[in-house]
Design a protein around this ligand. Structure first.
Ligand code: KG4
Ligand code: ZN
Length: 332
């Protein structure tokens, strides 16, 4: 079964071709980082326009790389939410057009579900597992009992983890997106140099909060002035990162422990973070648990994970009709 996956929910235009829910024949992403960089965050109107420009070359490129034509496909999967509605509509409308022209089935996919299943593109792991999805738009914790069976355990009360990275990077003039830059800068810094606060949530919840940390970094920078903190950039990056990682690791491990689940799966852009991976490995080993991470390119937004989720829905006979709409606030 040959499935095309299309993703345009935020600022990446992505398409992939997946064979039998397992073999990625092509996985192309056109990033808009350079367009949004000067603004320090995604500008929705610019994102939609960029998708319009890039969607056809990306689709053609993915099909060419996979060595297949549209007529060879068994179905198409496209993100229908959550995300920026203008961005979502570009991918969804394009796929509806192809589906109509070629009489081919298509399914609308929940972007969050695709992230939670991305690990299966590379590894077969047993259910259940606790999944931490940490990206620029989301910080969510789920119990994944099976494909299609997701229990929401918690989420951020304010900023997403990646958003905190991006905002702190902006405060320190490190460019956008900030996650990768801070990750690299932190390698030469001391994570104990500055003791930034770790928000603690009420017992019995598995929620996250990053706005207090973000404010603490801002106050620290303001109090010292640029000349005061510039020479300390690596230490500030490492200390900020350590706080984010601690606040991601603690509720995730507690959830796994309390639910009696021994497997943890990470996904989303922040799952590419080297310190998060290291600390998760260390802590899960201590507790006799296992942690799994997709390769960095499958942690961030991509078409392969959409094709994978689509493969499972199509295989179960699910089909969407042309009334399907994009849903910016779609939940799982
Ligand atoms: O999943 P993603 O590509 O897009 C969505 O937000 O849906 O994630 C992008 C986010 C950005 O906030 C970026 O700063 C963050 O992931 N990120 C990282 C790293 N690489 C990307 N954060 C921390 N460490 C990284 N290595
Ligand atoms: Zn995402």
């Amino acid at each position: 079964m040959l499935v095309l996956g299309v993703e345009t929910s935020c600022d990446d235009t992505a398409a992939a071709v997946l064979l039998n829910g397992r073999t990625v024949l092509a996985n192309l992403v056109s990033s808009q980082d350079a367009v949004h960089g000067p603004y320090g965050g995604v500008v929705p109107e610019l994102a939609s326009r960029q998708h319009v420009q890039h969607i056809l070359p990306i689709l053609d490129g993915a099909l060419q790389k996979a060595g297949v034509g549209l007529k060879d496909l068994d179905g198409i999967a496209v993100t229908r939410g959550p995300g920026l509605v203008g961005s979502l509509l570009v991918g969804l409308s394009m796929v509806k057009g192809i589906s109509f022209r070629w009489g081919m089935p298509y399914v609308g996919i929940n972007h969050l579900e695709a992230h939670l299943l991305a690990i299966f593109l590379e590894q077969d792991i047993p259910f259940p597992y606790v999944a931490l999805l940490a990206s620029g738009g989301h910080t969510l914790l789920y119990l994944v009992r099976n494909i299609g069976e997701y229990l929401h355990l918690g989420g951020t009360r304010d900023d997403a983890a990646g958003e905190a990275y991006d905002k702190v990077a902006k405060m320190m003039n490190l460019g956008y997106p900030g996650g990768k830059v801070i990750d690299q800068l932190a390698r030469n810094g001391n994570p104990k140099a500055v003791s930034f606060p770790r928000s603690r949530m009420k017992k019995g919840t598995y929620d996250f909060s990053f706005s207090g940390l973000k404010t603490a970094v801002l106050q620290y920078l303001k109090a010292r002035g640029k000349e005061g903190w510039e020479g300390q950039r690596a230490d500030i990056a490492a200390s900020f990162q350590e706080a984010v990682v601690d606040m991601l690791v603690a509720p995730t491990l507690r959830a796994a422990r309390e639910l009696g689940v021994s497997r943890i799966v990470l996904s989303g852009g922040v799952a590419a973070n080297s310190r998060l991976r290291e600390k998760m490995l260390e802590k899960t080993q201590e507790e006799g648990m296992e942690v799994y991470f997709p390769s960095p390119g499958l942690c961030t937004d991509n078409g392969a994970m959409i094709a994978l989720a689509g493969y499972h829905w199509l295989e179960r006979g699910h089909r969407d009709d042309f009334r399907l709409n994009a849903d910016a606030d779609l939940t799982l």
